[in-house]
Each structure stands twice: as C-alpha cells, then as structure tokens.
Ligand binder design. Sequence first.
Ligand code: V47
Length: 422
Amino acid sequence: MTATAPTCMTDPALERIRERVLAGERISVEDGMQLYETPDLWGLCELAHEVRMRLHGPVAYYNVNRHLNYSNVCALSCKFCEFARKAGQPGEYTRSLDEIREEGRKAAELGATEMHIVGGLNPYLPFSFYTDMLRALKEVAPRVHFKAFTAVEIVHLARIAKVYKRDDRRGSMRWVLEKLIEAGLGSLPGGGAEVFDDRVHKEAFRGKIGSDEWLDVHMVAHELGLNSNATMLYGHVDHRAERVRHMHILRRMQDQALARLGYDGSDTPPDDICEAPTITLTREAVDLPTPTLGQGYYQTIIPLPFVPDGSALEHLPGPSGLENVRTLAVARLMLDNFPHAKAFWIMQTLGLAQTMLHSGADDLDGTVVWYDITKVGGTGTHQETTAWDLQKAIIEAGFEPIERDTLYQRVERNGPDWRVVN
Ligand code: V47
C-alpha cells in the first residue's frame, strides 16, 4: 500500500472509515450512513476524490453522443416524471421511423459515437417497432453504438411481444434482449432504477417494475455480454438510508457480475455465483475490467438528483447542491466495484458536475443535443453542449479531458471523423 497523504479531517468516524478505504477494505451500510451524516463534507469529498484518483488518475471522460426519446406516451404515472403523456394529451408524441432515421443520420454526420435511446411505455407500439428502429438506425449510422431501453422498457417489450411469463421472467427478458441485440442493441442505459425500496416504490412510482425485475434485466443483459449502467433517482420522497441500501444492492449484483467474469482475483468464476467474493477495484493489484466489447457488467453509477419542475411532486424542493455533491461522493465510496461514477451534467448542471470531478466523479456524460426527460429551469428540450464546453469544464477543474466511446475506449477525433485508440 502506498503512503497516504496527511489529512485534516474533523470527524473521527470519517477518519476511521478513511483508513479502511485506503487500505482497500470494503465499507458497510452503516459506514455508508456515517458518510452521509458526517458534518465534514469536504473530508468526505476528499476521500471520494482519493478513490477516484486511484481508479482513474488525473483524467476525466466525456463522449460525443445524442439522446433520442422516441415517444413520451406512457402507460405509467410515476409522480416524479414530467416527461410522460397519455395518448391524446397535448404535447404527446411518437417519432416515426423516418424521423428516427433522420436522427441517426444527423448523429453519424456530426460524428457521434453513441445514441442514448429511451422512451415511455407506449402501449400502442408493437414489438417490431423497436427492432425496426434499431435496424433503421444501424443502416444509417453503422458505427454508432446504441445504448438503448431501460430495464422498465425491456419488461414492457416482453409484455407487448406476449412472451412475458411470470414463472420464467428471466427467460422472457432473455428473449427480448436477444432480439434487440440481433437488431443492433449495444448496451443498456441505467435508467428506471429509481430507489430500490418498497415504500418509495409505493409512494412515487407504483405500477412500475420493482427492484427485483430491474436487477434481473441487468443480470440477464450481463449474461448475454451487454454492459450496462445503473442510476439512482434521489431527493424526492426517499431517505438517505434507502439510498445507501440501493447502493448496497447494486454492489452485491456487481460482485456477482464480476465474479462471473473471473474478477475475484482467481481465474475461474466460482461454481456458486451466490458465493461471489467481494471485488474492490480500488484494492491494490485489482485492475479495472478491460474495456472491451461484450463482457457483461455495470460500468457506471449515475446518481440522478430529482428535478421537480412540472412533475406531480413539484411542491417538493428537490435535493440541494450540497446534497448532490454528498450523494455522488457516498456513491463513489460505497460502489467500490463500479469502475465509473458519472455526474450527468444535464441534471446536475455543468457547473456542479465540474465540481463533482473533485468529489468522486470521473465522467460528465456527453454532448446530448436533445433531452426531453427533465428540463432544468423549465427551459426547452434543446440542451446541447459542445465537446469543447465539456473539455473546457474538465480542464478548468484540473483534469485531462478524454473522449471515450460508450465502453470507455479512448476516441481520437478529427472533426466528425473518429477512431478508437487503446
Ligand atoms: O429513467 C425521470 C429519471 C432517468 C426525473 O445510463 C428523473 O449513461 C430526475 O437514466 N428528475 C433517465 N430524474 C435518465 C437516465 C440516464 C441519464 C444519463 C445517463 C444514463 C446512462 C442514464 O431519469 C429515468 C428516471 O429514472 N428521471 N424523471 C426527474 N424529474
């Protein structure tokens, strides 16, 4: 273990956790709560920063991407959601395949490496719409990676394809994912996880799939070799303890995914995956999973601060800037087996996301272009930033900006032309 820098932490409990974290030990749920409650916020940020530096050094990532929300028609009525509309309601839309193709063409023309595609649970679209959408996009943008459909959409697709079986949920998910992979799906985004807790589920997103199904979709995706991300939508009716439990559940699931890939320090995955050992990427001599295609694990944790504007929970204030910084730092420290922590600038704002590069984050997401799920400050859906703005934010924070593709491979760019370099 390398010598650690002296510290001036003012909270003895934090100091004790720091010693264990820097020795490569895993912290407990109780530790997670102490991190959340510590009065020494800057000590917490410093610790998360040390871990982030150990994992990634002085670089920070961004990508050139484009988000596509194909339809806002949704059968659900989640209280935190401002995006969803019922069919016939003013503002509802469903993009045609021609419009979608046009989005793909623009993405390819402008040199995007990724399209991030999600939508509402539209009961009027057949399963073929989704495979046709991916095929159409693949045709016009063959080099672009399609990170598409939350776990919630995957279960909805199993239902509309009439393959959903309660007693063989995973089989239904597998069927859907295999068809989507065949059509061009590259990975799963982390949306729809919200907070893995029955009380919060009942109060804020009753009717949506529960945590067990969300986790099953990602597990099956990992088994099929797809990488995925995980979000946590916090700061509405949830409590800090529920967030720490959410992180704990994700950490256990990632242990299993990494053990399946042999990242337990030995070469062979254990026979019984439930016996997966803990895998702490920040422990010395444990490398990150090499970012190659199709391995099947969680890449990135993305804490999403609740944006109240326009939702049924608009009367709530949403989390403060400091709570956002604290949550990002706790997530970085609890999720010691997640390679990356993202500060999604659209929801955090670019200024705060930049600050978070010093409290655990190593990634800002990308150029986005069009984002319809939340509209910070009630602005329109055009929420583009340029690669230069992201680079500038990263450089100003004292890091080297690295353009990455969806799987965190380095990208070298000359205008819209790009290639992966390793
Ligand atoms: O699934 C909905 C959340 C998610 C609100 O995987 C809200 O790289 C805040 O998942 N306030 C979509 N959040 C965004 C998402 C995402 C974003 C960036 C990167 C990645 C990735 C994934 O946003 C939804 C839902 O969980 N959400 N409404 C709201 N009012």
